[in-house]
Design a protein around this ligand. Structure first.
Ligand code: 5GP
Length: 187
């Protein structure tokens, strides 16, 4: 048995830190289908260009897009994660794909918004590329942590300002493949 990640009944231990269930995977998938249908409706006469923010938003992004039946385009942005930390460093590090955004209807797909600094910098960089519109789809938002205004059109869930893993979100690269979202235990 590996010592990096361990399961004990409902609890998960990653590198010795205890995480407890916060949002069940079934509930997540149901909510994502609702968001997909909203997007499908709103973009019926357009071809949205989805920009998945790697790596955390891969799971959310795939689930969101595969439930949409209008034509879509897909690109990815690489953004730096917390690494071994559980708090934002305040430094934002990302790379826009080398493609034409002019006149496009972009939907940026994020896993989680904490301070909002990452998504705001991505949006600012995208605006310079003259798209027709930019919206945000995000699985999780920590409203109490926001340090800047962020307008999330397609939001999965609001959560408390605590560190979470699962459904694409990692702690030191572990826990991404958990089906549910788990929160760091205060014990
Ligand atoms: P922000 O710039 O909004 O403070 O942070 C956004 C990024 O920080 C997210 O895309 C994600 O990579 C990381 N992040 C923020 N909160 C959490 C969290 O609770 N768990 C994990 N695993 N990453 C988080």
């Amino acid at each position: 048995m590996n010592d990096k990640i361990q399961f004990r009944e409902d609890e998960v231990y990653i590198l010795g830190r205890k995480f407890v269930p916060l949002i069940n995977g079934e509930k997540i998938r149901r909510r994502i289908v609702e968001l997909s249908k909203c997007i499908e409706n709103d973009y019926r006469d357009k071809i949205p260009l989805f920009l998945i923010v790697l790596r955390g938003a891969i799971f959310f992004g795939v689930e969101l897009i595969k439930n949409i039946s209008i034509p879509v385009n897909l690109e990815t942005i690489r953004a730096k994660s917390y690494g071994q930390e559980m708090q934002s460093s305040g430094k934002v590090d990302f790379e826009l794909p080398n493609c034409n955004f002019e006149g496009k209807d972009i939907i940026v797909i994020e896993d989680i918004i904490d301070t909002g600094l990452t998504i705001n910098e991505i949006i600012t960089a995208l605006r310079r590329k003259n798209p027709n519109s930019i919206e945000i789809a995000c699985l999780l938002l920590k409203p109490e942590s926001l340090k800047t205004d962020v307008n999330v059109k397609y939001l999965g869930f609001e959560i408390p300002s605590k560190f979470v893993v699962g459904y694409g979100l990692d702690f030191a690269e572990f826990g991404r493949n958990l089906q549910d979202i788990f929160v760091l235990s205060e014990e």
